[in-house]
Design a protein around this ligand. Structure first.
Ligand SMILES: Cc1ncc(COP(=O)(O)O)c(C=O)c1O
Length: 381
């Protein structure tokens, strides 16, 4: 049986074969502990430092501003709790948005349970936060603004550079969760004006289980784990050398091929949208403003279709996500769509289709065919 067409690159990406080639020697041969002073240890230490430079190069940072972590979730935890704990004397107020990934919302909820106050900013119908709302929410005790760069479900890109200016004017530390944007759009930390930025390896063709956090030089942050002095004293634990090497290579590739990849994933997304508009018998609503959206992401709602039924009907042929989950017969709408005030019926018909650098025009055309046929069947049932 053919494997299904994969169009869920926002969930995770396959590992790039060039990344596999780069990391394999560190699984098979180079096993030295990077903290050891003899040859094999030093070799691996150098490999880590090369990877640090590659990651830094992609986002316009200095190598010493990159800390390797186990995933995007860990990077968000370190950023948010680390800044909150380090700045308790100044205050205990954090500003975030209502469409963040649970890797941010749950950290904020945890801090709220310890006494921090969280302001959850609203978003408009496309899921965009308003910089003016950030300005209004700032208080003397605000210690952190954390707003994602691009949303994982609908792809909306936030006005990070504008928020960065406001944060800087008010002397407030600014974190962005860029797990979805790195490798899909430009993510230069200076252009964005951020102090901390989260990277998740498995969203950019590295394996699952590796991430990084950019911490601007001079930003005071508390550790969340305690041990030896790895990662410049910020994240103890013997380094996962093969995975660190893989993230470095993935970032190098993302930097080298940025224009081609960004254009390709956009072309594939547009081909899909045009195809579905022409062939689907169910009217389509696009949930984001595509002028201000990740180039690979298409969140659309089909009228009178339950997305989870559609996803399960086509699941053997095409992998996509839905904007709702079905629990014991009732449909639960995602928090992001709720925050965008998408009505229940439209939300229940929402799918997220996300293209990647390995997506082909043939796969897109086949997907249009499969989805259109499935919708035709579901409507006539
Ligand atoms: C926006 C966003 N932040 C954070 C994460 C978590 O990253 P990880 O899976 O590496 O922990 C994800 C993963 O889906 C994400 O989409």
């Amino acid at each position: 049986m053919d494997s299904p067409i994969y169009l869920d690159y926002n969930a995770t990406t396959p590992i790039d074969p060039e990344v596999v080639t780069e990391m394999l020697p560190y699984i098979q041969t180079h096993f030295g502990n990077p903290s050891s002073s003899y040859g094999p240890g030093r070799h691996n230490k150098q490999a880590i430092e090369k990877a640090r430079s590659q990651v830094a190069g992609l986002i316009g940072a200095l190598p010493e501003e990159i800390v390797f972590t186990s995933c995007g979730t860990e990077s968000n935890n370190l950023a948010i709790c680390g800044i909150a704990f380090a700045n308790q004397e100044k205050g205990k107020h954090i500003i975030t948005s209502s469409i963040e990934h649970p890797a941010v919302t749950e950290v904020c909820r945890y801090l709220a349970s310890l006494g921090w106050e969280i302001t959850w900013l609203p978003v408009d119908k496309y899921g965009t936060a308003n910089p003016e709302d950030v300005k209004k929410a700032i208080r003397p005790d605000t210690v952190l603004v954390s707003i994602m760069h691009a949303n994982n479900e609908v792809g909306t890109i936030q006005p990070i550079a504008e928020i960065g200016v406001i944060a800087k004017e008010n002397n407030i530390i600014f974190h962005t969760d860029a797990a979805q944007s790195v490798g899909k759009i430009e993510t230069n930390v200076n252009a964005l004006g951020v102090d901390l930025l989260t990277i998740a390896g498995h969203k950019l063709y590295a394996p699952k289980g590796i991430g990084a956090l950019y911490i601007r030089k001079g930003v005071n942050i508390e550790n969340l784990m305690f041990g030896a002095g790895h990662e410049m004293g910020r994240r103890p634990g013997t380094e996962n050398v093969p995975y660190i090497v893989s993230l470095g290579k993935a970032c190098e590739l993302a930097r080298e091929n940025d224009v081609i990849v960004h254009e390709h994933i956009f072309q594939m997304r547009q081909r899909l949208l045009e195809g579905l508009k022409q062939k689907s018998v169910s009217p389509i609503t696009v949930n984001a403003n595509l002028e201000n959206c990740l180039p690979n992401t298409l969140s659309i709602s089909f009228a009178n279709i339950e997305a989870h039924t559609l996803a399960s009907v086509i699941g053997g042929q095409v992998c996509i996500s839905t904007g709702s989950a079905c629990h014991s017969g009732s449909v639960e709408i995602s928090q992001v769509l709720k925050a965008m005030k998408v009505d229940h019926k439209r939300a229940a018909g929402t799918v997220r289709i996300s293209t990647g650098k390995f997506t082909t025009p043939e796969e897109i055309d086949r997907t249009v065919q499969i989805i259109s046929e499935a919708i035709q069947k579901l409507i006539t049932l």
